[in-house]
Ligand binder design. Sequence first.
Ligand code: PHE
Length: 453
Amino acid sequence: MSAIKDRDAFASTLGAFAATVGSAVGLGNIWKFPYLTGSNGGAAFVLTYLLAVALVGIPIMVVEHVIGRRMRLNAVHAYERVVPGQKFWSAIGWAGLAAAILIMAFYTDVAGWVFAYVFKSFGAFFMGTKLTPETFGALAGGTWEPLFWQLAVLALTTGIIAAGVSKGIEKVTKTLMPLLFILLIICDIRALTLPGASAGVAYLFKPDLSKITATVLLSALGLAFFKLSLGMGTMTTYGSYLPNATRIVPNATRVALTDTAISLLAGLAIFPAVFAFGGTPAGGPGLLFNTIPLIFSQMPLGGLFTALFFCLTAIATIGAMVSLIEVPVAWAIERGHLKRPVAAALTGAVMFALGILATLSQNPLMANVKVFGKNFFDLFDFVSSNVLLPVGGLAIALVGGWLISKKDFTEEMNKGYATEPWHGRILFAFIKFLAPVLILLILLNSLGVIKLA
Ligand code: PHE
């Protein structure tokens, strides 16, 4: 359908899978998932999160991949043209561009801390010193140091984008994802063989069903959006690079399963250690930057495991950031006919400009600068995750389930099969009815229109 010649794309189904997993896996797995599990009652939250991924996450990912591959265009142009005569759906793409820039503004701040901690934790291990909450306070509340790291992660990730879809994104994620997995398994073995580790395992996997409230259900659903990079055009853009031979439903299911497995493995590296050393599952940035070094330092070779843990977190952030940058870059290339490296540099510059605000909002100098009662970091996080992604997800479900012809939709969804596969109809029903209804509930709840718990 796309009129664009020589459009870059993923070279193989395996490469497409690696890039998509690379987008999904990130701070959401290693920072948000454990922290939300900790503050929402452990296994009950995990269980509802799994349901959210299955009932909403996978169906929406399928829609985005179908629309992306059908249109073979960036997110703005894909939604502008996907429903004939209804150009205004391009708003989904515009909101996605805005979300990508807002998410990157705070994401690069946190990723910058992670990269700084890779160096700091190896340094501490070799020097025989310890990382303390003061170390983190000085970094996050500083000026030049966090900005330096933020710029460094942006330079790294825009560099990967500049190299291209198959030669940059696909190649890098294909190498990094297995490495991340191995490092995570090493940290898991260490944590699970600690005396008293079983309390942490039970915390993750023995649900107390009475803790499943409507609030838990809804926050699990919100996390599923952020985790699987949904509702903002990332998966539409990656869908536009999918080979025709890739079977969309099994691919999306595998991506979601892998991402969920990595979240659980991250939980299994963190909670057993937390419980073994008598800590509590604390929330927010504190869990990653304060609790981990503190808890890990109490175990044999803990300094080394702290360093490995920050390495794997740093690796995880790369594929996610790359996918966020690619959304505006794909648009700039196709709309402005810019060369890829130029589009990458310009996008990186815009992201850095807003990122400075997010980073310095933690600085004591800006302690009093608030918009709607939030500093810039929290504001960007709130507006993107709690407003733009769910609204985008709902609109995407409506376009996929109701507005484009069912024949076109299922044809694209079932490409690669000789006859309609058994899951085709089930999935379409989820897309048409279940997913939009569930998303509408989160949305109304987060707006305060309905109060479910
Ligand atoms: N899924 C990524 C993570 O878990 C974040 C992300 C959100 C990436 C939206 C792309 C789009 O870290």
